[in-house]
Design a protein around this ligand. Sequence first.
Ligand code: GZL
Length: 308
Amino acid sequence: SRIPDLPSDTVAADKHKIVLGFSQLGSESDWRNANTRSIQEAAKEAGIELLFDNAEQSQEKQIEAIRRFIERKVDVIAFAPVIETGWEDILTEARQAGIPVILSDRAVQISDPSLYVTFIGADFYEEGRKAGKYLLDKKRNDPGPVVIAELQGTEGSSPSIERGRGFRDVIRERADMTIAYSAPADFTVAKGAEVMRGFLRESGGGIDVLFAHNDDMALGAIEAIEEFGLKPGEDIVIISVDGTRKAFEMMAEGKINCVVECNPLLGPILMQAVREIYEGRTLPKRIVPPESVFTEVLAEKEVANRQY
Ligand code: GZL
C-alpha cells in the first residue's frame, strides 16, 4: 500500500539544516586556532551549517558579525567575547529577533544573564588558583622573598581577569611573594617577548618567577629570557596556561615548569548545545569542559598526546 505523504512542514522541518552563526574573536594563539578547528570540524560532523566570522580581536567586528547573523535569521548565534563588557545592546537585538545566544570560551559582564542561554568555557579563576598552588608548592622550601612577573592576556578579557584574580588569591598566603611586574601582552608570542624584555631590563634580571596567562606569551618570554642570558625554568620558574604541544615540548626541555590546561576542544560540546536548543530543550547556564594540570614530571609522556 502507498505510504501516506507526510504533511509538507514536517518534511521541510526534517530537511532544514540548523544554521549556526559563530563570531570567533581572532587567531592570536595556538589555543585559539585549535578552538576554531574544533568548532569547524564539529559543525561538519553534526551536519550543522556554520557561518564563521573571525573578528581579529575587534569587539566592533564581533558586534557587526552578530548583527549580520540576526539579519540572516540564523537558528542560533554563538560567540567568544573578546572582552567582558559592551555586549548588552547586541544581545538585546538578538533576543528581540528571537535568536538564542551561546557564549563560547569567554564570559560577559551583563546585568541580564537571560540574554544568553549558556556559557561553555573553562573556570579561569580555578586555573589561576592552580597556578598559585603550584608556585606555593614549588617554593615551599625557598625562604624568599619571591619576585614575580606576570604577563596578562588581553586586557578586560575574562580569562585574563580571572586567572590573575585566582593566582593572587592563592599566593596571598605568603607575604614575601610579590607580583613586582605585571602588564598585558595580548596572549601572543611577539607581545610576550616584548613585554618580558621590558621586565628584564627594569629588574636587571631580578625576577624569580614568571606567571604567563597563556603558553604563547610564555614561549615569547622564553626567547627574551635566553637573550638576556638567563635560564628559563631554572633561573626563572615559569608557570603557564593552555597546554599546547609547544608548551609541553618546552616543559620536556625543562624551560617551563608547570602548565595549567585550558581545553580548546569545545566544538562537540557547542554543537550538542546548539542541537538541544534547536529542539527546545533547556540547558544548564554553565558548562565547564574537563581540564587538568601538568608539571615537568609528566611532560615527556603527555607531549605525544597533545592534539593542539
Ligand atoms: C582561554 C582563551 C584564551 C587562551 C589564549 O579560554 O580565551 O585566549 O588561554 C587564547 O591562548 O588566546
